[in-house]
Design a protein around this ligand. Structure first.
Ligand SMILES: NC(=O)c1ccc[n+]([C@@H]2O[C@H](COP(=O)([O-])OP(=O)(O)OC[C@H]3O[C@@H](n4cnc5c(N)ncnc54)[C@H](OP(=O)(O)O)[C@@H]3O)[C@@H](O)[C@H]2O)c1
Length: 315
């Protein structure tokens, strides 16, 4: 297994810098996802990112059990597992039951990190998108966060955090939190560099994790603007790397951790090959100057409703 730096959240919670994403749409069948995750463990991944909404908790749980059976890992403690509170559980009294459900899906006693998936509440469980406008309401961040804190106090998760939170939403949360969020997981790549949010999080001691670092190439919610970006391609060719590796390296050099998904045996290994080289200052500056455009929006998933558009527009 190659070198993998790690971030320490709080006192003891050690998160490998690269995590394997598990979001697919439509959701991959359990066997496909499970086999890909076992392969990822074999390739050296020890950090996995799932969510109730991805329906990948069950295959991840099965893959962990299989990896233990195969002796790829000796104990579950060797893994760092993140899952997320879905918006349809966005009320105080739903949070602890929601993490229990996730733990049951995962066949685990605890996760390492539990995140609020999006700062919005859905009044109904959804089976399809877009969602009717009247099913989307603001989240009461204070009371939901109390539920998150209870999850940590009960030992169901080692750390708690958020995802898709703007500076404004983080401010609101920090003003009421007893346990501050350890992590904010947001879209970040050379074409959406989150400069302002990263600076804010650094000042407040919140670690940033980048999702869709490859622009979610080939997914329903992303495109090929990163893997086919001319500037990244030029650097990749000069360095004997791929555009994906250049993007991941650039993200890593910004001091954030990464969750990136590949269920392909070769690409999942390729994506780990970013620690034995670095970008020059000139290369890094070129990437810093790329025009910016947010790729993943909640409106593209839930529908272009006022509240959703408002949250998408916050930085
Ligand atoms: N918190 C949130 O709201 C949120 C939102 C989005 C994503 N996430 C998490 O972050 C993870 C990663 O983000 P993402 O899946 O959106 O996007 P991503 O990691 O940027 O891209 C994944 C896509 O790129 C392809 N790919 C992987 N490696 C590649 C390479 N070396 N060259 C070319 N293509 C490559 C994958 O296809 P193959 O599998 O065929 O290789 C997959 O279709 C998700 O899986 C999920 O766990 C969180």
């Amino acid at each position: 297994m190659g070198y993998m730096p790690a971030i320490t959240l709080g006192q003891t919670c050690v998160m490998p810098v690269i995590g394997m994403g598990t979001a697919t749409y439509p959701p991959a069948d359990v066997e496909t996802a499970k086999n890909a995750i076992v392969e990822a463990i074999r390739a050296g991944y020890r950090h996995f990112d799932t969510a109730f909404a991805y329906r990948s908790e069950q295959p991840l749980g099965e893959a962990i059990a299989e990896a233990l059976r195969l002796g790829l890992i000796k104990s579950r403690d060797e893994l760092f597992i993140t899952t997320k509170l879905w918006c349809s559980f966005g009320q105080r009294d739903q949070v602890v039951p929601a993490i229990k459900l996730s733990l049951q899906n995962l066949q685990l006693e605890y996760v390492d990190l539990y995140l609020i998936h999006w700062p919005i509440r859905l009044t109904h469980h959804i089976n399809s998108t877009p969602v009717p406008k009247d099913h989307i309401v603001p989240m009461d961040i204070k009371s939901v966060w109390e539920g998150m804190e209870e999850c940590q106090k009960l030992g169901f998760t080692k750390a708690i955090g958020v995802s898709n939170f703007s500076c404004r939403k983080l401010d609101e949360l920090l003003s009421v939190a007893q346990i501050p969020p350890a992590v904010n997981q947001v879209e970040m790549n050379p074409l959406w560099n989150q400069k302002q949010l990263r600076e804010f999080c650094k000042e407040k001691g919140i670690h940033v994790t980048a999702y869709s670092p490859l622009g979610a190439n080939g997914t329903k919610w992303g495109d090929n603007r990163i893997v086919e970006c001319d500037v990244l391609d030029e650097i990749a060719k000069a360095r004997g790397k791929t555009t994906a590796q250049v993007s991941l390296r650039w993200v890593y050099e910004k001091g954030v951790s990464i969750v990136t998904k590949s269920f392909n045996k070769q690409r999942m290994r390729e994506n780990l090959g970013i620690f034995d080289w670095s970008l020059t200052e000139e290369e890094s500056n070129k990437i810093n100057q790329l025009p910016q455009r947010k790729g993943v929006t909640m409106a593209s998933i839930l529908g272009p409703h006022d509240l959703v558009l408002e949250i998408d527009a916050e930085i």
